[in-house]
Structure formats: C-alpha cells, structure tokens
Design a protein around this ligand. Sequence first.
Ligand code: ASP
Ligand code: MG
Length: 409
Amino acid sequence: MALIVQKYGGTSMGTPERIKNVARRIAKFQAQGHQVVVVVSAMSGETNRLIGLAKEIQAQPDPRELDVVVSTGEQVTIGLLCMALINMGLKARSYTGPQVRILTDSSFTKARILKIDEDRMRKDLEEGSVVVVAGFQGVDDAGNLTTLGRGGSDTTGVALAAALRADECQIYTDVDGVYTTDPRIVPEARKLDTITFEEMLEMASLGSKVLQIRSVEFAGKYKVRLRVLSSFQDEGEGTLITFEDDIKMEQPIISGIAFNRDEAKLTVLGVPDRPGIAYQILGPIADANIDVDMIIQNVSHDGTTDFSFTVPRGEHDRALGILEGVKAHVGARELRGDRSMAKVSVVGVGMRSHVGIASKMFRTLAEEGINIQMISTSEIKISVAIDEKYLELAVRVLHKAFELDQVPA
Ligand code: ASP
Ligand code: MG
C-alpha cells in the first residue's frame, strides 16, 4: 500500500464529465489499496474569470480581497469531485486550504507555505476516505485567506506530499509528460521518461510551463518523488523527476531545449567606467523588484563602457523609466531598449562532464545566421539571448543538432 498525492489541473476539472473521469481514476488507485490525497485546481478559465470580475470593480484589486475572490474557484471543484466520488460509493471528504490548515505567510496573491497540519488528513485516510484538498490557497496566522500565485496548485500538491511523506506526488495535466522541447515548435520532440530535478528546475524557470517553478523547488528541497502525467490517457508512466544521486545510468548530455519569448534588453551607452557603476545601474532596478537575468558590461573605451541587461518584457517600460533617472545621475550618454528579445537554452546535467557543448550550440546558430546578443551559463545550461523572430528556428536547429529527436541508446 502506498500513499499517493494526485494533483489535477484546471483542464482535467473543466467539465462535470471530466470531473467524473477524474473520480474514476482515483477510484482505480484506491481499489488497488492505495491511500489517495487529491489536490485540485479551479475549472479551466475560472481563475481568469474571477480576476476579470475583480478588475471590473477595482482596476488594481486590493490583494487581500482578490485572494478572497480567486480562492473560490477551488472550493467549487473540491466539492464537485467529492460528490462524484461519493456517487461511486467511495468515502470522500473535501477541505479548503484553511480547513486543512495550510499555514502561509501574509503575502497576498503570492503567499508561501510555512506549515501544514496533517492530522485531519491522516485520520480520514485511516478511515478509508479519499481526501480532496483545494489547491492554490492557504491561511495566514491572523486567519486571512491567501493564495500561492498562478499555477499554485502544483505547489499545494507537492507540499502536501512532503508533509505526508507520500510515496509519490502525481501531477495530472493535459500533456503526457515533460518533452525535450515544445512539440508545437518541434513536432519531433520526445517525451522524456525521466528528467533530473535540477534539469526540471531549469526547464521550468526557462519557460516550460508544465509545472509551477515553486513546486519544483519544493520537491527538490523535500526530496518529493514527483511525476507528471496526462489525465486524458489511461496508459503511460509520464515523466518521473529524479534526483541525480539516485541514478546509476549515464545521463544524456543534453535533456532539452528551453526557451522564453518574454524578454527585453536594456542598454546604457557611454557609462563612465569606474567602480560601483554596475551597482548604480542595477541597484535601483533591484529596489523596484524587477528581475534581472543576463548582464553584459563591455570593455571600456576612453574611460566609458556600455552596459546591457535583460528583464521580463512586461517590465521593460518600468525599467527604462528607472534608467532615465540613473542616466542623469551617472552621466551616461544614451539609453536603448529592445522589447523583442527571446532566450534559448540547452539544458542537461551531462554537461558537467562534457566539453564542447557551448561551441556546438554557437556553431549551430551561426550556420543559420542567428546573431547571439548575450550569453549566460551555469553548470547545467547554456542560454543565449537572440532576436525573437529567430526563436523558433533556433529551437528547431538546436533540437536537431543535439539529436534530441533520437531515442538515446
Ligand atoms: N487556479 C489557479 C490558477 O489558475 C491555481 C492553479 O490552477 O494551479 O492559477
Ligand atoms: Mg498548472
């Protein structure tokens, strides 16, 4: 007998018929003798609808009240799913985040989980019930409802699995696993049977939207065995997210190509090259809570240099505004902003023990005439910033060059 946490996303919960299908899947696991805790999202589109309503009342919704509104989506689906289970003759009980007592901090709309009380869930499981918990929500110390940020039900699932020391956390979604890259761009993309936690973290942070990044971080920290699989297929093992130390086999050098379209580049030209200049430029950007990704400072000429960095595209205008002030302050010559950047990365833990990956990547892009504007690397990834209009081409040629379309021997 195993204890399994299953998380079902909005598409899987999208209609009463689909909810009944989810119930059938849960029943199958229970019939095999497993204890099942289920975490659900709101019906697809519902959270967006609720945010839309809030914005019709208040353009910038009050964060505390917004959480009160958007957390209702998941309260509907936990109840409906329990009804479907009860209808099939199973015992089932639903709980909102506060009822479980998923304790979070008080950062409304992006709260972090601090502690989970497992007693009620354990008791129900021992009595043979399926426990169904609302994803995405919790309660702070003062009793306020909180939510965990978009896609937060993944994090609820992983956090419950960690708290209950579950044998596995299964994330059911509308894709059947994690792919070498987005199959909509590269039809030859392959589903991976396994991916390491570190690679998954890179893939998720680089824009593969299969899992909320915080859920992956959580799984890594608490060593939760995590699996992504399709709720629309009966067969299939999905993709298991493994821990590098646990694997004996040789790792593929590259596991996937990740990308992100939403990048923008800002350049400050003709900055006096003196100590403290990077801080003077990036300090105010950080103070404004804007994430900076890649950074380049050029060699100086005649005592001045050019300084470039990337930010999420949505922050381009705000960052440029801040730089106007910086420009006057440090005596820079000119500012430039480019909103049409994209980032492409090759990701793989096998890179640690292989050389020549970067040069292969650069050669492949050069052969297509794609200009690399910025480069950054870590132990397990190489990222380049390029003009967005070459993104799909870059992903395709890299996927092929690293033979990701071929099943590894
Ligand atoms: N319903 C929330 C959202 O749409 C949480 C989730 O689905 O994970 O972001
Ligand atoms: Mg999701």
